[in-house]
Design a protein around this ligand. Structure first.
Ligand code: BGC
Length: 366
């Protein structure tokens, strides 16, 4: 396995040839999947695979300097392709989250999407961006080491209109930030909502649940949903509800409020206070035992808090078993079912426009 490591002492000319992929495995169709590893000057390591543009490992230091892998994942391509894969670490698209009945229209043209979670469409359909092998280009860039994943989604794929060219660039900086930049262009009006579906456990992947993580969300409002997790269209205050994370609160403190109703834990879209498209702090998650703090910055108007409610003894990396609430996802995105709610920020992308969004996960200790 080749590791891309820049010369941290003196920042001399770097060896541009040293970032390369290594073979990770083959898909069931025989397509080779490569793995890329980036390491920054502090030793923080991120490992990607070209299937789904997945973040497969992310090693960050704890308070005592011990590095631990804090994202859930699998050891083999077959497991990433399997039906047990709940989108571990993958790029999600074309539309992250749900679209009611898989239906929407643009300019009076009606479209029907793959309904992979009946009656709705979830995370792009049956063969979504997590299921395709992306083209990877790794390089050094001024804030860090970067890897760009590219994919051309064809007109009609999973029901979506327009040929869509997508790039997702991950940059690992020496400030221990993992920056994710998404762009997309189309040749027909379409809808786009991209995110990354990493499952974080700041104690270490497979090391128990995240109920003792302390969470803060810069969101005064959320989008209430029906029992198929489709928004009602209302934008409601979190104040005086168990969804209020405006002050730092243990995730487990009120999670029981949801056990008897879908979604059986947190699985809610929060309306972020920052709505102007600038890169703003959206969330902070802190694990008190090892002292890891993860800050999330985004240009997006929403964040889905998902507490791994459906993780049910999934066999993960290195023989670990992932249990219910064994991780938390903070998916920066537009709101679910935006195409059918004109009061939500638009997810329509038109010919000649460029879709551009940025999210940063920043790691430190306290
Ligand atoms: C959704 C959950 C879903 C999970 C895995 C999350 O983004 O909000 O409802 O179960 O992804 O598919």
């Amino acid at each position: 396995m080749l590791i891309a490591k820049k010369n941290c002492k003196g920042h001399q000319e770097m060896d541009k040839t040293s970032i390369q992929g290594s073979f990770f495995g083959r898909t069931s169709e025989g397509i080779p999947v490569e793995e890329y590893t980036l390491v920054n000057c502090n030793g923080m390591l991120v490992r990607f695979i070209t299937l789904g543009g997945v973040i497969r490992e992310l090693h960050t230091p704890g308070r005592k300097g011990t590095f631990t892998d804090v994202v859930l994942g699998f050891d083999s391509v077959a497991e990433y392709e399997g039906s047990d894969n709940p989108y571990f670490g993958s790029i999600v698209g074309r539309y992250a989250n749900r679209i009611a009945q898989g239906k929407f229209s643009i300019d009076d043209e009606n479209y029907t999407l793959a309904r992979n979670q009946p009656p709705n469409s979830l995370h792009g359909g049956f063969r979504s961006f997590k299921d395709v092998v992306w083209k990877a280009i790794a390089r050094y860039s001024s804030p860090g080491q970067a890897i760009t994943f590219k994919y051309k989604s064809h007109d009609g794929e999973e029901g979506y209109p327009g040929n869509l060219s997508v790039t997702v660039t991950y940059t690992l900086t020496d400030k221990n930030e993992l920056k994710i930049e998404y762009t997309a262009t189309t040749d027909k009006p379409t809808i786009v909502n991209l995110t990354n579906h990493s499952y974080f456990n700041l104690s270490g992947a497979g090391a128990g649940d995240i109920l003792n993580h302390v969470l803060m969300l810069l969101a005064d409002k959320y989008t209430p949903v029906d029992d198929t997790l489709i928004p009602t269209g209302e934008i409601a205050p979190v104040e005086d509800t168990s969804l209020d994370f405006t002050a730092s609160t243990r995730i487990g403190a009120r999670i029981d409020q949801f056990v008897n109703t879908p979604p059986a834990g947190y699985d809610h879209n929060y309306v972020l206070n920052s709505q102007d498209g600038s890169l703003a702090l959206a969330a902070q998650a802190y694990e008190p035992n090892f002292g890891r703090l993860m800050e999330v910055f985004t240009t997006e108007p929403g964040i889905q808090l998902y507490t791994g409610n459906l993780l049910d003894r999934i066999k993960g990396k290195n023989g670990m078993t992932y249990l219910k609430n064994g991780a938390l996802c903070l998916e920066c995105q537009h709101y679910p079912d935006s195409p059918n709610n004109s009061n939500f920020p638009s997810t329509v992308l038109r010919v000649g426009e460029q879709y551009r969004e940025t999210t940063i996960y920043k790691f430190s200790t306290k």
